[in-house]
Design a protein around this ligand. Structure first.
Ligand code: E4P
Length: 218
């Protein structure tokens, strides 16, 4: 399973990229706004740090506007993945960009039917938002199960399921059990994946016993 980080905070991305476990980055207009920086600057900096796909979202809602913005975004770097909303115009732009060899991420997916049409449009990634469905009292993971099952039925569909709006490590584990290709995680959730109190306790005990031996490994 690939791990993307869902942030436009370049300091966080730099630190997480050093782990060697980061496969890509997703941003959205809210995350860019939170960074307080210009989208082109932030995306260029991220693309230089992380070799994998870096999603940068269009702000236009009409086909021509999306295509104009996509032309600007794709020029930033080869690893830019143009993020488009799951609307008729967004999917039309997706189809055109895919035909032109551009990576695409269709975002704001909340149903299996939407995921199917995104795949038909040739999206490189589709982003179902599990946390926001959970917030409404629906089961976001049921949507992931449905999409994975549908895509598995049609091997010609190459779209990867990118689990988004992830809120905690259980989402990640459930998504992996279902065979989702990618999860994009807020930095705090990515860091949580490392943690277990028994790891800390066990390490403290090993270090104490080791210190008592007076040895060094050299
Ligand atoms: C995905 O690409 C989105 O940027 C993101 O996962 C949205 O998450 P949120 O529901 O926590 O805002």
């Amino acid at each position: 399973m690939k791990f993307f980080v869902d942030t436009a905070d370049t300091a966080d991305i730099k630190a997480l990229a050093e782990s060697g476990l980061l496969d890509g980055v997703t941003t959205n207009p809210s995350l860019i706004a939170k960074s307080g920086r210009k989208i082109l600057d932030v995306v260029a900096e991220i693309c230089a740090m992380v070799p994998g796909p870096v999603s940068a979202e269009v702000a236009a809602t009409d086909y021509d506007g999306m295509m104009r913005e996509a032309a600007v975004l794709r020029k930033i770097a080869d690893n830019v993945c143009v993020k488009l909303p799951l609307t008729p115009d967004g999917l039309r732009a997706c189809k055109t960009l895919t035909g032109d060899g551009v990576m695409t991420n269709v975002t704001l997916c909340f149903s299996a039917a939407q995921a199917l049409i995104a795949a038909k449009a040739g999206a490189s990634f589709v982003s179902p938002f599990v946390g926001r469905l959970d917030d409404l009292g629906q089961d976001g993971m049921e949507l992931i199960a449905d999409i994975v099952q549908i895509y598995d039925n049609y091997p010609a569909l190459t779209t990867e399921v990118l689990v988004a709006s992830v809120r905690h490590p259980i989402h990640v584990v459930q998504a992996a059990k279902l065979g989702a290709h990618v999860a994009t995680l807020p930095p705090n959730v990515l860091r949580m994946l490392y943690n277990h109190p028994l790891t800390d306790k066990g390490l403290a005990a090993f270090l104490k016993d080791w210190a008592a031996t007076g040895q060094t490994i050299a």
